[in-house]
Design a protein. Structure first.
Length: 151
């Protein structure tokens, strides 16, 4: 079975220039947990999820550090703090989205998509044709395909 056979074709997406508040409204109104972010040519440039928005709503935690010989040694990952800070202060989607998006081609085997979702611990995978967004596969789509296959 191929990705195109189980993907949702009516994909709700958002542009990087949109406001974060609009992304949150779309997620809530459509009862979804993530949105592909696409440019003017419908190429996937990011993804914005509830997790990204929760960082914005949370209390920002500065990483612990110690000073030693006039140097700073971080006891936690300062890169994560930098990314969280960017999302915490985000106004536009491009500042809150995750830029490293895993996508699959529409003729990818569903079993490969499932492995990818498990290995990368992701809940949704945008489906592309020649780099352009044509669908999305969520865990729910995978479960639906299993039910149909056994019915």
């Amino acid at each position: 079975m191929l990705a195109r056979e189980i993907m949702s074709r009516e994909v709700i997406s958002i542009s990087p220039e949109e406001k974060v508040d609009e992304a949150a409204r779309i997620l809530v109104e459509n009862k979804i947990s993530g949105l592909p972010v696409v440019d003017a040519n419908n190429h996937v440039v990011g993804i914005i999820t509830e997790k990204d928005l929760i960082i914005r709503a949370s209390e920002l935690k500065v990483p612990f550090y110690i000073t030693l010989f006039d140097g700073i040694i971080f006891l936690e990952n300062p890169i994560r703090f930098k990314n969280d800070l960017k999302k915490y202060t985000a106004v536009n989607v491009e500042d809150a989205m995750t830029e490293k998006v895993i996508v699959v081609e529409e003729d990818t085997e569903v079993s490969d998509v499932v492995k990818l979702m498990q290995n990368k611990r992701i809940n949704r995978v945008p489906v592309v044709r020649q780099g352009q967004l044509v669908g999305i596969i969520t865990r729910n789509d995978v479960i639906k395909s299993m039910v149909k296959g056994n019915g």
